[in-house]
Structure formats: C-alpha cells, structure tokens
Design a protein around this ligand. Structure first.
Ligand code: SAH
Ligand code: SF4
Length: 355
C-alpha cells in the first residue's frame, strides 16, 4: 500500500476505491509509520518545526441540539449549564494575550441566545476583542447559524470558523444525529462560511459509530472538493450520558493515520493535534504532530468551569489553569523538537493574500 501513499503525495488525490483500500490497511504499522514520516516531511517543508498555538475559550455549554455523541446535548441530564458573560470572556482573552496567544478560539454549544438579533451578542464580543487586540485572530465554533449571522460575525472581524461536517456520508450523518438535524444544512453552512471569506474548518470524528473505510473515503473526497483551510479531527470518545455511552472510542492509530493522509492530500492545511487524542493515551497530541499536525489548542476557559464543558468523558487538562495547560503543552511540543509560535498562524494562502 505504500505505493498509494506515494501516489497521494505526488498527485494530491486518490480515487474512492484507492482511498478505501488505503484506509482499510491502517492495521499495518509499517504503512502508518511510512505515511507519518512522509506527512511530517510535507508539514516541515511548509511550516518548519513551528506549531501554532490557539487559546480556546469554551464560552457556553448550553446547546439546542441533540447530537447522539456529545455530552453537551440538550437531553444530557447531568450537565451543569453555564454561559460566560462578555466580561468573563474578555478576562480569558486578556489572559490569553498575556500568555502569548494570537489566536483566540470561541467555542460553545449551538444556542439561540447567541444567534438572536443577528448574532449581536457574539458580534459585540468579537468586536471588543479585535478592538483591544488588533493583532489577534478570532476563530469561532458556535454551530449552525443563519447566514446573516455568519456575515455579521465576519464583518465584526472574525477570521476563521470551525464547523466539523462530522461525516460526508448523508446516511452516516443520520446515524449520528436526530431526525431534525440536517446534513444538507450543515454542508450549506460550511459553503456559506467559505463564500463569506472565513478560513473554514470542517472535520470529522474518527471511529464514530457506523463509520468504516467507505465513510472515511467520502470524507477524503469531500476535503478534496471543498478545499478547506483547516480540518479538525479527533477520535470519537464516549460520554456516559449519551445514546452512544457504550460505544468503543475511536482508535488513536487510525486517527493519526488519517491526519497523515490529510496532510499529504493538502499539505498547506492547518491541522490540529486535538485534545480527544489524549483521552486514552498521554502522548496522542505529540504523536499527531509527528504524524503531520501543526496546530495545538490549549484551554483558556475559566478554572472551575472546565469540568462542565465535557463533550466526552476523560477529557484531559480540566483541573489545570490556563497557564499550567500552556506550559504543559509547550513542553510536550518542545520535547519532540518543535517550537510554539507566537503569531496568528494563518493558512499560508491567506498570508499571501494579506487578509
Ligand atoms: N456546537 C459546536 C461546537 C462544539 S462541539 C458544533 O457542534 O459545531 C465541537 C466538536 O466536538 C464537534 O463538531 C464534534 O466533532 C466534537 N465532539 C463532540 N462530541 C464528541 C465526542 N463524544 N467525541 C469526540 N468528539 C466529539
Ligand atoms: Fe451541541 Fe455541538 Fe455537542 Fe452537537 S456537537 S450537541 S451541536 S455542542
């Protein structure tokens, strides 16, 4: 199968059938190591040994959706809900700036509260942060919103938007979400975000229930078509209060293999080493960097509230302060010979365009 890794590296595309064959071979350790070394080289050729750090503020855990996998889902019975005030969010951003972050990620459950009045509540927060810190990039991850809201947020200065598509197979999407959530709307939102001018980040859980090599092949074809700026991927992790509580977690090895293949597919992508990689092991994020990832997202949420933002069980780092979390992750990165960068860390094409 190494010839398919070579072909991917050379042509930046594979056929559906080739994807299925390559992904199905992930049990072959030698192949995974080969893909990781090619991907690591591809990443280093563009980004050097630099890792972009983003500080993530989990501004609310209220959510109107009922995704079957997520601990923040509307029906999760024992989630203590919170919403940060604009002042609390600014305090986290201040702390982030002091610690050296130049990208702030605002992530939360999907709520009418932040969608109402054309997104005014979040628009004001984005504007306030951008006014105070003109050299900071803002990434939003607040779910499916009306398109006017996306436009207002972009106009207020937001730079990037993470909205994982979760799976590029409409049938598989139905297995992960209740009837009233729409695959078509999620895809339309992603397209809109891209059209508006956001650096757009779809992505998928690896090893989610019902996912096999065919579904992952669809994801790869989708990434080729959509041309995202970022792709967020982490293993599915069960949460005790969801319909998927007894499903096995996604494989770290498969996740790392897919990270490598996505790096080879589109070498310039911003690819995070995600937190979910460190639920079952303690070197998952390090190994993701060695498999081609170039972004890491330490937690800037207020101490005491982190334990309430649990998309899945066993989330690491929830008892650490923002500073401790950063110090820990920086040392993990340095241990393997990489450097944390202070800077916005835009997609290389955006840097070129000067936007
Ligand atoms: N509400 C927003 C942002 C928060 S959820 C949204 O849904 O877009 C961010 C991501 O966390 C989701 O897209 C999903 O891919 C991931 N996630 C949720 N539950 C998870 C779980 N149990 N295991 C792994 N990842 C999960
Ligand atoms: Fe809500 Fe996002 Fe969790 Fe779905 S994945 S329940 S939209 S927070």
């Amino acid at each position: 199968m190494k010839h398919l890794v070579d072909k991917l590296e050379e042509n930046h595309e594979l056929t559906r059938d080739e994807w299925v064959r390559l992904i199905s071979s992930y049990g072959d350790e030698d192949l995974r190591e080969y893909a990781a070394s090619r991907a690591r080289e591809a990443s280093t050729a563009i980004f050097g040994k630099n890792i972009y750090f983003r500080g993530i503020i989990e501004y609310t855990n209220f959510c109107r959706n009922d995704c079957y996998y997520c601990g923040l889902r509307l029906s999760a019975p024992d989630t203590t809900r919170y919403r940060l005030t604009p002042e609390q969010i600014m305090d986290c951003a201040d702390e982030g700036y002091r610690l050296g972050y130049r990208t702030i990620v605002l992530q939360g459950g999907e709520t009418a509260y932040f969608e109402a009045k054309n997104g005014k509540r979040m628009v004001d927060i984005v504007r306030a942060i951008k006014t105070k810190y003109s050299d900071v990039a803002i990434t939003l991850s607040m779910g499916e919103m009306k398109h006017e809201v996306y436009q207002a947020l972009f106009d207020a200065g937001a730079d990037r938007y993470l909205l994982r598509h979760e799976t590029a197979s409409a049938d598989h999407y139905k297995k992960l979400h209740p009837e009233k959530m729409s695959f078509d709307n999620r895809m339309a939102c992603l397209q809109k975000l891209r059209d508006i001018g956001f650096q757009a980040g779809p992505g998928m859980m690896i090893g989610s229930p019902g996912q096999g090599a065919e579904e992952l092949a669809e994801d790869m074809l989708f990434i080729s078509r959509f041309e995202p700026h970022m792709v967020g991927m982490g293993p599915f992790q069960p949460h005790h209060a969801t319909p998927f509580h007894d499903q096995p977690s996604g494989s770290v090895e498969l996740t790392l293999f897919i990270v490598s293949l996505v790096r080879l597919l589109r070498p310039k992508l911003l690819l995070p080493a995600t937190t979910a990689l460190d639920c079952d092991v303690n070197d998952g994020r390090q190994r993701a960097i060695l498999a081609g990832a170039n972004v890491i997202m330490p937690n800037l949420s207020p101490e005491g509230l982190k334990k309430n933002y649990l998309l899945y069980d066993n989330k690491p780092g929830i008892t650490q302060s923002a500073e401790e979390n950063l110090v820990k992750l920086r040392s993990l990165v340095e241990e393997i010979g990489y450097t944390m960068v202070v800077g916005r860390g835009d997609h290389p094409d955006r840097v070129k365009e000067g936007v």
